[in-house]
Design a protein around this ligand. Sequence first.
Ligand code: HSE
Length: 305
Amino acid sequence: MIRVRIPATTANLGPGFDCMGLALDLWNTFELHYGGDGIEVESHGEGSQGLPTDATNLIPSIMAEELGESMPKAFKIVCHNTIPVASGLGSSSTAVLAGVLFAESVKRTLAGADPSDLDRERVLARAVAVEGHGDNVAPALLGGFVIVVPDECGVLTQRVPHVPMKTVVCVPDFAYLTSQARAALPDSYSKADAIYNIGRAMLVAEALRGGDDDLLAKAMNDRIHEPYRLHAIPGALEARTAARDAGAICVSLSGAGPGMIAFAREGYDRIGRAMKNSFTSVGLSSRYWILDATDQGVHIGRLPM
Ligand code: HSE
């Protein structure tokens, strides 16, 4: 019996497409209980209605792929979700990580080892392989602000210390799947756009590390993904302007969206309401969360039998 607690994440942080992510203080919790009559998944909270309750659920599917013949025949997974689904806050990445973590814990149990004492480097490599990019799973696993890039041997990861940071994330009630958002991107970019983003990604990292809000405001701009995505989300461009006018330091798409994330030092509700009003004005309902960045990553605990 094992319980994992996994934080929300915001990926990209403007110019760091697929390479930068930050863990946020909002959590999904997953429990693995052995026994029962087969494979069962019980979900509570955000998005629980539409999720498969059997072996077709993403978590046991990943476990089956990781475990092959060693897949246990009877267990129950209980999910307590507080991260909104399909929002740009890495909810599906928490499920990917849960699947990989549970598979690793089963392997360790079969080997007679402590199931909660997992090799995080191996878990990260597997989770990135399943997800296809590491900018949600890496900060979710490790906590904090993480730079993660593909490498010949897997992934190169660096956790960069950052000053405490508060964010306001506003999520419109608008279906914009990550697959759709990725399909909207071109296959190649001009040298000018590459230079624009490489420099700004470095400046965003430096601004977060040093707590330099002026630099963050100037650096958090992007030419790799936002120009191709923002116009597809009604009210997103207006929400960005409104949040800046309401005092946000900078605003970007959270991951692939549709959520927008504002970084701020004050006026959190004012910023949240400003973004919400922008979505309301185009006929979309929305919700906003005021979230601290967190240095805590995945927490793994053993449950009493
Ligand atoms: N970097 C990814 C993207 C994040 O923008 O497509 C998706 O969660």
